[in-house]
Design a protein around this ligand. Sequence first.
Ligand code: PLP
Length: 359
Amino acid sequence: MVTRRVDLRSDTVTKPTETMRAAMASAEVDDDVLGYDPTAARLETEMARIMGKEAALFVPSGTMANLICVLTHCQIRGSEVILGDYSHIHIYENGGISTIGGVHPRTVKNNEDGTMDINLIEEAIRDPSFEICYPTTRLICLENSHAHSGGRCLSVEYTDEVGDLAKKYGLKLHIDGARIFNASVALGVPVDRLVRAADSVTACLSKGLGAPAGTVIAGSKSFISKAKILRKTLGGAMRQVGVICAAALVALGENVGKLESDHKKAKILSEGLNKIEGLKINLASVETNIVYFDILEEVGITEIELVKKLEAHGILVMAEGRLKIRLVIHHQISEYDVQYTLSCIQKAVTGMKAENGGN
Ligand SMILES: Cc1ncc(COP(=O)(O)O)c(C=O)c1O
């Protein structure tokens, strides 16, 4: 019988806390499509301040936030955006920038640390003198922290350098900051400084911060005015949205301070995994709350089988490709949960090796 549940599938699986539920129940609300919801306005003002931008806009999801930002920067048909080949926008957002926006993606290789080489970005910028054939480069997108590389952080120096390059060529810079607060805490750099070079930035409230839903876009006043129109076009404008924003305000107040402890738990988890024979993990890649590990071929267990074995002990994790597993720490995971997870993984791997005649 399962006695415990440890949900490490993602940091999006958190349940609203009692304080969030209370704030939602008593939230002051009005019609936000008409621009009158006071709680949404309070959240947007606070997020604009934290991100160091003139204005901010609440939208339902990170995917819609990225889509709105790319489309707002690329309003002319034939626009091209430079982005990482393993960026969330390129891989996991249904190709929305192309299918809905008609924007052409130009990918540059993402390095193991989530960066793209600056010289490769520069080489990918189209020569406008050949616009008879080329699409026109209008935007560069970065992702911080970079999810596919294991939540690694882009430094402020790197971000500034990409910002300088964008300026040199008259391009805009967008940061997918779904986990920008994790990056800020891990780097010890305030969010506003980290995204200073960006013309637009998104921050998810329902990932590391633990709110039930929503993402905020920040940028200049004129950018946010245009983004607001696109939000309506895409069906993302909502009426009494203050109910959700109230929980997000609680998340901002209560959970940013917990991110450091999430990162420590991710380190403990990764160091424990590193001691289990039959697994392979790159310890250097664990900078924030995401942990990837590989199962060695010799163990004789597939990622799907391991996921199932752990599920039987109440531990939920995600398979991420052949022999690869992803675990994500969030504020509802305790140190005990981490130790319990490690001992269950250890047992599953040792048991499987023994079955295969190993030791
Ligand atoms: C880096 C990154 N950007 C954007 C998103 C999209 O967010 P949402 O799931 O709210 O659409 C995610 C979701 O996991 C993400 O990891």
